[in-house]
Design a protein around this ligand. Structure first.
Ligand code: NDP
Length: 608
């Protein structure tokens, strides 16, 4: 009998049995990563400020005329009008809070869906589980994967349904938050000269709110037209998010970047531009999309609570929990199930398996999945060199997986050229084009599909200057790393809540995570108000215990991430040693905070 955890003599099946050679794949993955690693890591990017500030001007509204600065008091200020801010507002409203003001720099609700309106934009998570509060708003999405405009309109519908338009401040940026110890209130200053007071502040600034540009030499010299995908210039391209970019018919267009955004807009550009050049540094994994309209018969069968059940079912699948039924049944859940099913112990007896063997089997399952992704490229692409260049050589979750039934075939068009930079990126930008391998590609327009700056803690990313008790700033308080209880609040910062993934649960269905957080915050606020508490603030002991739990339960993914090709998932090849999300996974986390709410007296945070 083998003893538990005893490594077998040759744990890796022979290549013949597998149909592929794991050692050869490992070597290829490493070589591809090595040629992309850069010493400047995330410093290679330029922020969209200063001379590049025009890249983030709002193309969707007129600048608002000056308004009188506000000097008043509200119960709750929510910073951010994306889905995080909206679900926080909705859940607080449901918990009985009457006086809520959302402050948002955009001209309307929607957050990432306000800014990102590029052609082809769709949700890559199933809309029935992604779009929050569907039952409350009374909406069933029209497609399995909703287009961006439907999602943006849904965000506005939430704003109307929960009366968040009543006191909103759009086109306004918070510049400073200062705790007033005498009044037990926050003083909030904005770029419009407001100086308002609020009992509670909720920050939900979103991970994708700051577009970034690649620091390509000469970027400032380009004389043609240029914009970032998150500020699509339809005045230049014509058309709308459904495509028909008719003004590009006589234009040569360059797209830089081949991430989740490019996968969705490239098919439209390829169809409508005179010529499209796609500048690629690292190809994405592109799986089957299979979008379809909602079946009205199915919609009629939905019973109250259906959305929550579906969200929880998806979460269980992708968190590796193994549910009996797969309600969503798409690329996310089937990949998760495939990876799970190939793990030893999947059908019981998992304790008999060493962590090394589990790791190895997970890697083999991953190779199998990525082989399928690469085989799909061969099946679709006609030109051999192009097909080879479009194949991703890294593990499935090293980059955000993408799904499209039109992206790959775009490269079969004669007016579309893939300019593969062999992992090195665009060399140089000139007045009239882009240079790769010494060849200059002259273009009329350069579109940056180069993503967002996600570094730094939420408040810092939002550009917030937060002064808590005794004037101590959040940055000072967190100088040795973030400190929270359950990710929601920090000692020294009373009545101040964070939404996001820090020291909390994470999932690819991020809006579901935000909604769970909003429910928690609303319950704590309602309870504090019921008890007429002085304020909400975690004790130093409770906070320290949670920081210790985060450390102790951290899944050590450093080695795995360090092996990945660079990208924002691994801080451009320099992953942090300390994970800042709850290592027990989202399901365990939600059980934990629900127990905390129901079993305890919330005495760790509600201060009488
Ligand atoms: P990403 O950060 O994923 O992609 C940026 C792209 O720019 C990469 O392909 C990168 O290459 C490339 N790039 C950067 N610098 C250079 C350079 N110097 N030369 C050439 N190429 C360069 O941004 P996205 O906007 O595509 O996606 C961001 C995130 O937004 C996604 O991961 C996803 O979470 C979310 N999203 C969600 C959608 C949804 O449907 N829910 C849709 C779209 C986006 P390299 O990989 O080599 O770094």
């Amino acid at each position: 009998m083998p003893t538990p955890h005893a490594p077998s003599e040759d744990p890796q099946p022979a290549p013949g049995a597998l149909g592929f050679d794991p050692d050869a794949l490992r070597a290829r993955y490493r070589a591809e990563r090595d040629r992309r690693i850069r010493p400047d890591g995330s410093r290679q990017y330029l922020s969209t400020t200063g001379e590049f500030g025009y890249y983030v001007d709002d193309p969707y509204v007129e600048p608002t005329p000056d308004r009188e600065p506000l000097d008043d008091r509200v119960e709750v200020v929510i910073i951010g009008g994306g889905f995080g801010g909206l679900v926080a507002g909705a859940r607080l409203r449901q918990a009985g809070v009457r006086d809520i003001r959302v402050i948002e720099k955009a001209g309307d609700f929607g957050g990432t869906w306000y800014w990102n309106r590029y052609p082809g934009i769709h949700c890559d998570i199933e809309s029935y589980i992604y779009m929050p509060l569907l039952e409350e708003v009374g909406h069933v999405p029209k497609w399995k994967y909703a287009p961006g405009e439907e999602i943006r309109q849904h965000a506005r519908a939430i704003g109307r349904r929960f009366e968040l338009y009543r006191d909103v401040c759009f086109q306004t940026e918070v510049t400073e938050l200062r705790w007033d110890e005498d009044e037990f209130e926050w003083i909030i200053r904005t770029d419009r000269g407001d100086r308002m007071r609020a009992r509670y502040v909720v920050v939900s600034s979103g991970p994708f709110s700051r577009p970034k540009l690649p620091g390509i030499p000469g970027i400032e010299t380009f004389r043609g037209h240029t914009f970032h995908t998150s500020r699509w210039d339809y005045a230049y391209t014509g058309g709308d998010a459904d495509g028909a970019l008719h003004k590009l018919a006589d234009k040569k267009v360059a797209v830089i970047g081949t991430g989740a955004t490019a996968i969705q807009c490239v098919p439209h550009l390829g169809r409508d531009a005179e010529h499209l050049y796609v500048f690629q540094r690292t190809p994405s994994s592109v799986d089957v999309r299979d979008n379809r309209p909602t079946d009205p018969e199915w919609a009629r069968t939905l019973t109250p609570g259906w959305q929550r059940r579906r969200q929880e079912n998806f979460l269980t699948q992708v968190a590796g929990g193994g549910a009996d039924e797969d309600l969503v049944s798409d690329g996310w859940t089937t990949s998760a199930r495939l990876l799970q099913s190939l793990l030893p112990g999947a059908s019981g007896g998992g304790d008999q398996v060493s962590p090394e063997q589990r790791g190895l089997m997970a890697e083999l399952a991953d190779f199998k999945k990525m082989n399928e992704i690469r085989a799909r490229v061969d099946a679709v692409i006609e030109n051999h060199t192009t097909a080879e260049a479009l194949k991703p050589w890294y593990r499935y979750m090293c980059k955000r997986p993408t799904f499209s039934d039109t992206y790959l075939s775009t490269f079969n068009r004669t007016n579309v050229t893939l300019v593969d930079t062999a992992g090195r990126g665009v060399e140089r930008i000139t007045e009239s084009g882009l240079v790769v391998g010494g060849v200059e590609y002259e273009v009329d327009c350069v579109i940056f599909a180069t993503g967002f700056d996600i570094g730094g803690p939420p408040a810092e990313r939002a550009g917030l200057d937060v002064h808590g008790r005794d004037g101590v700033t959040l940055a000072e308080s967190w100088k040795d790393g973030p400190r929270t209880l359950h990710g929601f609040y920090s000692h020294g910062f009373p009545n101040f809540f964070h939404l996001g993934s820090l020291q909390n649960a994470v999932s690819v269905n991020f809006v579901h995570v935000l909604d769970e957080q909003a429910i928690h915050i609303a319950e704590v606020v309602a309870e504090a108000d019921k008890r007429q508490a002085r304020y909400i603030e975690p004790t130093a002991e409770a906070e320290a215990a949670w920081v210790a739990t985060i450390r102790a339960r951290a899944v050590d993914s450093h080695a795995l991430l360090a092996e990945c090709t660079p990208g924002y998932y691994n801080n451009e090849g320099m992953p942090s040693k300390q994970s800042q999300s709850y290592g027990g996974g989202p399901i365990e986390f939600y059980e934990l905070i629900e127990r905390w709410r129901t079993d305890g007296d919330m005495g760790e945070v509600i201060i009488q």
